[in-house]
Write a protein that binds this ligand. Structure first.
Ligand SMILES: [Zn+2]
Length: 215
């Protein structure tokens, strides 16, 4: 099977979304790019991931031509491929409907940096793209622009997207962003919420990404 390992990893990622409570039913998307061939692997549209096997995951190219797979790919594949096209450093994308991050997207509010863990993974606030229906002209351009060189973006009145060099990073960011949004809302119930400065956030990011852990 073409790209069997990556297809299995994408399916495992989709199942992890539910395990971490970030989606329910057929919601959410996992997308990954094979670094060698440049081919893109994405979850199918509207199917229960629990019932899928790796062969049900779709392989396509950046022009969205299906190379292998029998289902229709995620309906937002134009957005996933647009992100991959402008971000050669990104090889994985996670989209979920996690409730606390989505609450910020509903208000059109970026998620500020309030915890070190969040800054370790993002290094800057996670901006929000204005609401767009999937058939709107700015459905692709608005999130791509709001993402910029960051690692997360909120789709207005919809939910978060996180990206990474690999699926593990994109998934960890999805969970971290949801936990940060939850902490923000809990902290806001207690009083005004102090934010990390951009300088503090970037320092955490640089340390965590370049000097932390087993090296
Ligand atoms: Zn969605």
């Amino acid at each position: 099977m073409l790209l069997e390992t990556l297809r299995r990893d994408v399916l495992d990622g989709a199942l992890a979304l539910r395990k971490f409570g970030l989606v329910w039913m057929a919601g959410g998307t996992i997308c990954a790019r094979d670094p060698e061939s440049g081919l893109v692997v994405v979850t199918p549209s509207g199917l229960d991931y629990e019932a899928l096997s790796p062969g049900d995951i779709i392989v396509l190219n950046l022009e969205m031509n299906v190379v292998d797979g029998h289902y229709r790919p995620s309906v937002a594949t134009n957005l996933w491929t647009a992100i991959l096209r402008v971000r050669p450093d990104v090889h994985a994308i996670v989209h979920s409907h996690s409730p606390y991050a989505t609450a910020f997207s509903v208000l059109g509010r970026e998620i500020p940096m309030i915890t070190e863990t969040q800054a370790d993974w993002f290094g800057q606030p996670v901006r929000v793209a204005r609401y767009a229906h999937i058939e709107d002209e700015h459905f692709v351009t608005a999130p791509v622009q709001a993402l910029g060189d960051g690692y997360g973006v909120l789709l207005g009145q919809h939910g978060p997207i996180t990206v990474g060099e690999n699926l593990h990073q994109a998934l960890e960011r999805a969970v971290t962003l949801e936990e940060a949004a939850k902490s923000y809302i809990a902290a806001a119930a207690l009083g005004p919420v102090p934010e990390l400065t951009l300088e503090q956030s970037k320092r955490c990011f640089d340390y965590y990404q370049n000097r932390y852990g087993q090296r």
